[in-house]
Design a protein around this ligand. Structure first.
Ligand SMILES: NC(=O)c1ccc[n+]([C@@H]2O[C@H](COP(=O)([O-])OP(=O)(O)OC[C@H]3O[C@@H](n4cnc5c(N)ncnc54)[C@H](O)[C@@H]3O)[C@@H](O)[C@H]2O)c1
Length: 435
């Protein structure tokens, strides 16, 4: 029946009837939940990843991400399969690219994974295919980088192949907001590209919001994360100022938050972590340099947030000093290596920087994190210790860095000799130092 329809109608029809096969390139934090959501919506889905271990895990229905527990695979009736072979692209009606976009040490975006994924997709392109970029990236990537790669095949975007951008907003471990109920921004290079991208995401996301062009969606994603980075920097700077004033930053924020309009609470901490908030604002700043514009607020926020681990180490040194102890040789127990509660993600975690600095100053450092068994610092592996009253009793100082639920449910740290609390979870006590 679909043979007689115009290509656009064929695409719509194949999506509506679930005859369409969908693909996701990059089965990580962003890509795997998308692939699973597509399969849950009734599509056959192919996940493509160069990492054989991830391909095997998906094929064997093993969980490696908090948001995709093993039972979610079981409910898919085999509709999701994984491969490292890009020739599978030729089977797909639509393919979404979710590969990493890291920053170099000099804060230059590295879009090499996007380029190689787009090239591999282009080599296997099938007529009338929709390609959507979902990786977080600098403004202009979809049209300046991905579009020419697709058009090198001889196909014209908007005619023989369709290109959209749909940024990922997922917050791993968030019990309220997931891929389905988090509104999705979508954009297309042409009207038909937008129409197809919108139609695709409407199948498994409740609210899909079209914007006029890919650069708007790319920049909106960066602005969302920049908003967080700048506001967290403001809270961190407030902590530094309240310290000098001798008042509690937490009390100040709670007091300010009683204003029912025009204020949104953000809290200080040991620094910024995760794959997005510390990294993403620099995509915007980097791109704008080309336009002769210096993103001062982004840079200032980075400087303040990056200082926080040093400030925490100073707090630890001061607390020990008050007890007549140096960092060198003191037994220090760090609580939480993950960058936020109840996830196992340690990417960019400020806890790692705090740990690195304490070890560099001769501290006898251990950590406890129910979610993170092992961390690697400068080539050395460190295994976490079990959470117990005994490890707390053994420490000269306990440092709360991540407020995992387990620590709050079993608050052994309250019996510590000294506590440095960067998360405002400890009750007032003479041996407590707060941020
Ligand atoms: N982690 C998050 O919470 C989050 C949230 C929003 C947006 N994002 C963005 O989503 C994108 C992906 O991030 P992630 O956290 O899922 O990364 P990730 O590292 O968890 O996963 C990426 C996957 O892509 C694979 N890969 C890399 N290059 C490939 C290639 N050329 N072909 C096929 N597979 C390839 C890797 O093996 C890996 O499995 C990034 O741009 C990131 O900024 C992530």
């Amino acid at each position: 029946m679909t043979q007689a329809l115009r290509p656009a109608a064929v695409f719509e029809d194949r999506i509506a009837t679930r005859e369409a096969t969908l693909g996701v390139v990059g089965l990580g934090y962003a890509g795997l939940p998308l692939a699973v959501a597509q399969a849950e919506a009734g599509f056959d889905v192919v996940g493509i990843d160069l990492d054989e271990a991830r391909v095997d895990a998906v094929s064997e229905r093993r969980s490696y991400l908090i948001d995709v527990p093993a039972q979610r695979y079981d409910e898919l009736d085999g509709r999701l399969r994984a491969t490292s072979d890009y020739s599978a692209v030729a089977e797909l009606d639509a393919v979404t690219i979710c590969v990493p976009t890291p920053l170099s040490k000099t804060r230059t975006p590295d879009i090499s994974h996007v380029v190689s994924a787009a090239e591999a997709v282009a080599e296997n392109l099938r007529p009338d295919q929709l390609v959507v970029l979902q990786s977080t990236t600098y403004p202009g990537t979809t049209e300046e980088i991905v579009l020419p790669i697709l058009e090198r095949t001889g196909k014209v975007v908007g005619e023989g192949v369709f290109l959209g951008y749909a940024p990922e907003r997922v917050d791993p471990g968030n019990a309220t907001y997931n891929l389905r109920n988090t509104p999705k921004l979508v954009a297309g290079v042409t009207d038909e590209c937008l129409k197809r991208t919108e139609l695709l995401f409407r199948q498994f996301v409740e609210t899909v919001i079209p914007v006029s062009r890919p650069m708007v969606a790319e920049t909106a994603k960066l602005h969302e994360n920049t908003f967080r980075s700048v506001n967290i920097a403001l809270a961190n700077e407030l902590a530094l100022m309240c310290d000098r004033l001798g008042i509690s930053v937490w009390e100040v924020i709670d007091a300010a938050a009683t204003k029912p309009f025009g204020f949104l609470s953000h809290y200080p901490g040991p620094g910024l972590g995760g794959d997005c908030i510390p990294v993403v604002p620099h995509f915007l700043a980097w791109r704008l340099r080309e336009y002769g514009y210096s993103a001062q607020l982004i840079d200032a926020a980075h400087e303040i947030n990056a200082q926080m681990p040093i400030y925490v180490v100073q707090k630890i040194a001061d607390a020990l000093n008050d007890s007549g102890l140096p960092i060198k040789g003191s037994r220090l127990l760090l609580l939480g290596m993950a960058y936020k509660p109840d996830v196992h993600d340690t990417r960019e975690s400020p806890s790692l920087e705090v740990m690195r600095q304490l070890i560099a100053r001769g501290g006898d450092v251990r950590y406890c994190d129910p979610w993170v068994q092992e961390v690697e610092l400068e080539g050395t592996r460190h295994r976490g210790v079990e959470w117990s009253a005994a490890v707390v009793a053994d420490a000269d100082c306990v440092v709360v860095l991540t407020a995992h639920r387990r620590f709050l449910d079993e608050p052994h740290w309250r019996d510590a000799k000294l506590i440095v609390d960067t998360r405002n979870v400890a009750p007032p006590a003479p041996n407590l130092t707060q941020l």
